[in-house]
Design a binder for this molecule. Structure first.
Ligand code: UDP
Length: 239
C-alpha cells in the first residue's frame, strides 16, 4: 500500500498546506477552510470550503489529463486531501482571460463582461509581499524563474486548459470568465499543471443570470458564498 503519512509541512499558503510524505516523489496537499482576498487583507473561513475546492479540483484534473495535459495530480485521499507528484513550483501565476473582469477590466477601463476577441494570457510574479505584480516573459527569464522553453510550454498548456475548460463549463451553464493556473517542474524537467482549479481561482458566471459563482462573492460581500461554491461542485459533477 502507498504510504501517504504526512511528514513535515513543506509549505503553508492561504488556502492549502503541502506536506512531504515518506516517498520523496510525492506530496500530500490539504485544503483548508480559510479564504483570503486583496492580498490577505480580507480574511474569512467557512466549514466545507476546503472539501468543496478539493472535490472540484480532484474532479477536473483527471479530465485535463485525459485531454492530454500533464498534471501533478495522483488521487484524492480524503475529503480535504490529495496526493500529488512533488514538483518545484514555477513562481509565476498564469492568468487566462476569456472575458474582461476584475483588475484587467478596471485598469483598461473596460466594462466587466466584455468578451475578448481572443484569449489573453498574463503572468504575475508569485509574491504576496509584492502583491503578485504583472511581469512579462523577459522578466521571468532574466530573473531565472523559468527558461524561454519552459514559458512557451506553460503558455501552450494554459491555452489547452482554457480550450478544455471553456466548453466543459459552457455545457454546464457556466461562463468561464478568467482563471489562474500554476505550473511545476518534475525532476525530469517536465512542466506539469499544479495547484487547484476552483471557485477560488476562477471566475464563473451563470450563463443565464450572469450571477457570480466564485470568490468574487466573498471579495465583494455579495453573500451566498457557500451556496455558490456548492453549486459549482454540483455543476462539475454533472454527467
Ligand atoms: N486569481 C487568483 N489568485 C490571485 C490573483 C488572481 O486565483 O492571486 C484569479 C482570480 O480569481 C481571477 C483571475 O485569477 O479568476 C484573474 O484575476 P484578476 O487579475 O482580475 O485579479 P483580481 O481582480 O482578482 O484582483
Amino acid at each position: 500500500m502507498t504510504d501517504t503519512t504526512r511528514s513535515e509541512l513543506r509549505y503553508e499558503g492561504k488556502a492549502k498546506r503541502v506536506y512531504a510524505t515518506p516517498n520523496p516523489a510525492e506530496y500530500l496537499v490539504e485544503y483548508k477552510d480559510d479564504a483570503t482576498a486583496f492580498n490577505a487583507q480580507k480574511r474569512g473561513s467557512w466549514a466545507g470550503k476546503g472539501a468543496t475546492n478539493n472535490a472540484i479540483t480532484a474532479a477536473l484534473y483527471p479530465k485535463l489529463e485525459a485531454a492530454g495535459i500533464p498534471t501533478h495530480f495522483i488521487e484524492k485521499l480524503s475529503s480535504t486531501e490529495q496526493r500529488v507528484k512533488a514538483v518545484t513550483i514555477v513562481p509565476v501565476e498564469v492568468i487566462v482571460r476569456n472575458v474582461a473582469a476584475g483588475s484587467f477590466a478596471k485598469k483598461l477601463g473596460l466594462e466587466e463582461g466584455k468578451t475578448l476577441a481572443r484569449p489573453v494570457v498574463e503572468y504575475c510574479y508569485k509574491s504576496d509581499a509584492l502583491g503578485d505584480p504583472l511581469v512579462n516573459t523577459d522578466t521571468a527569464v532574466a530573473l531565472g524563474w523559468a527558461s524561454e522553453g519552459d514559458l512557451a510550454r506553460i503558455r501552450e498548456l494554459a491555452l489547452q486548459v482554457r480550450d478544455f475548460l471553456t466548453p466543459f463549463f459552457e455545457q454546464r451553464g457556466i461562463r468561464l470568465i478568467d482563471f489562474k493556473l500554476e505550473f511545476g517542474k518534475l525532476p525530469s524537467g517536465q512542466i506539469v499543471l499544479a495547484d487547484e482549479i476552483s471557485p477560488d481561482t476562477c471566475r464563473f458566471w451563470d450563463a443565464e443570470t450572469n450571477e457570480k459563482m466564485d470568490k468574487d462573492r466573498f471579495r465583494r460581500d455579495l453573500g451566498g458564498v457557500e451556496e455558490a461554491y456548492g453549486e459549482m461542485l454540483r455543476r462539475v459533477e454533472q454527467a
